[in-house]
Design a binder for this molecule. Structure first.
Ligand code: ZN
Ligand code: ZN
Length: 281
């Protein structure tokens, strides 16, 4: 087991940080969102999230031209305002009727207001931004941060397994249990810079305790998506298993299982991360 090795040896056996190719990641996420939308109660929203993701992918060449941000410097939200303009333009070409008023509201915001709202999101002040437009601002900010994170030097790998992204400081959207080369290993996925960092399994991703973990799902114990709850800090985060479904994707599978959040929250646990398409209010 890699976690039993000293950090210097362990780092030779696995990557402490994984950055998937963004084009492939967006493509996989969009396809997964469309697939999960079939027969889903919230199908229109899942399709819309897929569409936003597809537009993010088309804007990748422009994000690359903005230059790197230092890791953690997400408050430089101004860099992504041009991307936001293009995102809005492209989404407006084919917008579902229920979303049209929100997109129009975003379009109607002055540049300074858009910047202020984006900076509020970057600072974690989610309640300062209307929930209907926040995911679109986040999509542009995230696209810029994800591109910048891939251009920036990686932090040195070590044994630290922080509860937040080691590059940008954001709380994870979910845990992923990988297949293939990193078979069975757990990585936490960052909803802002789209990096994933390693953390051993069977400990709370929030407080690190292994004393009182429980795994909840709606179907079998072999479910692709389960909520890992911790009786010590009373936090929970979902675990998405690529071993159980190779098409699973952190953001998509989390967004399609928000009903599980309601159930876990009903038992008194608080979510320790967030989804970019369901930002906290
Ligand atoms: Zn990050
Ligand atoms: Zn905990």
């Amino acid at each position: 087991m890699p976690e039993a090795l000293p950090p210097d040896q362990a780092s030779r056996h696995f990557a402490p940080l994984i950055q998937s190719d963004l084009s492939q990641l967006y493509s996989r996420r969009a396809a997964r969102l469309h697939a999960l939308a079939e027969g889903h109660d919230h199908a229109p929203y899942l399709h819309w999230a897929a569409r936003v993701t597809e537009v993010q992918a088309t804007l990748l060449p422009e994000a690359g031209a903005c230059g790197p941000l230092a890791g953690g410097a997400i408050a430089h939200a101004g860099h992504c305002m041009g991307l936001l303009d293009r995102l809005i333009e492209r989404l407006a070409q084919d917008v579902p009727a229920p979303v049209a008023p929100h997109l129009a509201a975003l379009r109607g915001l002055a540049a300074a207001e858009r910047l202020a709202a984006t900076q509020a999101l970057a600072a974690g002040r989610f309640d300062a931004v209307p929930a209907a437009i926040a995911p679109l601002l986040w999509a542009a900010l995230s696209l810029q941060c994800a591109s910048a994170a891939r251009a920036a030097p990686l932090p040195p790998g070590g044994s630290a397994e922080p509860p937040v992204c080691p590059l940008c400081g954001t709380a994870p959207v979910a845990s992923l249990i990988l297949s293939g080369e990193h078979h069975g290993m757990r990585y936490l996925h960052c909803p802002l810079c789209e990096s994933a960092w390693h953390m051993v399994r069977a400990k709370c991703s929030n407080c690190g305790s292994a004393a009182d973990l429980d795994y909840l799902s709606f179907d079998t114990a072999e479910a692709t998506v389960r909520a890992e709850s911790c009786g010590v800090c009373r936090g929970y985060l979902k675990v998405v298993s690529l071993e159980r479904d190779p098409h699973a994707e952190a953001v998509a599978d989390d967004l399609a299982t928000l009903a599980l959040d309601d159930a876990v929250a009903g038992e008194g646990f608080q979510r320790t991360g967030f989804n970019p398409f369901a930002l906290p209010g």
